[in-house]
Design a protein around this ligand. Sequence first.
Ligand code: KIV
Ligand code: ZN
Length: 498
Amino acid sequence: MNEKLYVFDTTLRDGEQVPGCQLNTIEKIELAKALELLKVDIIECGFPISSPGDFTSIVEISKVIKDSTICALTRAVEKDIEVAADALHFARRKRIHTGIGTSDPHIQYKFKSNREDIILRAISCVKYARKFVDDVEFYAEDAGRTENEYLARVVEAVIKAGATVVNIPDTTGYCTPEEYGAKIKYLVEHVPNIDKAIISTHCHNDLGMATANTLAGIMNGARQAEVTINGIGERAGNTALEEVVMAIKCRKDFPVYTEIDTPLIMKTSRLVSTLMRMPVQPNKAIVGRNAFAHSSGIHQDGVLKNRESYEIIDPSAVGVNESVIALTARSGRAALKHHFSRLNIELSNEELDVAYDKFLKLADVKKEIHDEDLLMISGVTKNIQTHRIKLKYLQVVCGKSAIPMATVKLLIDGEECVATSSGNGPIDASFSAVKSLIHRKINLEEFLVQAITKGTDDVGKVHIQVENKGNIYYGFSANTDIITASVEALIDAVSKII
Ligand code: KIV
Ligand code: ZN
């Protein structure tokens, strides 16, 4: 009988540490609700002492989440633990995640301390956290580079002090699967009280081995995996939730099961990508746009004869519906609503109106509307609806030997304003016109254009980063007209400044 593997999602904490991925409280609540629907067991929501924003988000998420455990991160510092306990006040199920670095480089350079002192600090932070909550997870930061014998002493001591979960992070992503698996096995075999706690994996992807290391940990006794959606996280990221969950589901050799509602994986992945302005690479395992696309003739022929010749996962198991949706410019709101519900996307009447408008524009210029397009429409709709600045009109003149010119009409707080500018291309001209209307000094730091699907009639996505007074703002949009998408993305970013 397989044992349950607890899925601990840290998209809102380790994932959100990525520059450019910061979310506001409303966005964090939306994502936390999506993670709960996905049936994630534990949601790590932030590091409450680090900022008032993190603290407030944990308070608000705690009020709305019913089933998943809400977890807050701390250092081995009493004040951190007190603030975390406060932030978790409303949570129905709560966990404090506290810990300290245990590798020699951390002990010597970060703490200028010694191994015995670190054990004492580890014990006292766990004991202190247990005064506030029953569920305390201890992390041995940089456990990947910590000598096994010493790590086993730390783990035994913190379990004795009351830790319910012991997290063994490969913080720097240095381990190989053999090494990481052996580390977990060592703890199982050498820590006398290990049966009193759950062992957790927390692997970073610096050498591209995070998923392999996590699976090696599970094979050797870990029963909790710390993961993020799309594998986002510090540097090269964390272990991707979708990879671990689907590896366990589609292969029979892991002694565990998860309760993840896998058909919601794709939708959650797109939500994270849109909210965090972080494109998913097309060949990303499970959730990349090409993950279920067969392009070569030989593969297509094989799949047509039998899907299993080249597919190890049924796309519907992760919420991908490859069939073309019969949605045309003549379809009504009801049909659109039906297709959104099929994709588990619930829109308010107001949001549906905006989405319908976008759908009609798209259906006018595109032969087939795919699920991918609907996911984009719903993401962009939620993104732009609340903006104080709206693009009303855009006209560009460009071409060989023509001077690129753009006329832009914006609605700023309900007031119409128009500007015409030239530039070295249509996007440059449009951006100049927008800049002349918003009266803010902004510098474009990054401008990324990506095609969503295939042909020339398809939708392009634009991610933008602008700088204003030393702060960075992120913008996103998608449209079949790439110049309109660029201007909309600029407005999305600029709206956050004003
Ligand atoms: O990578 C790491 O070690 C962490 C800990 C804070 C859990 O994120
Ligand atoms: Zn981490």
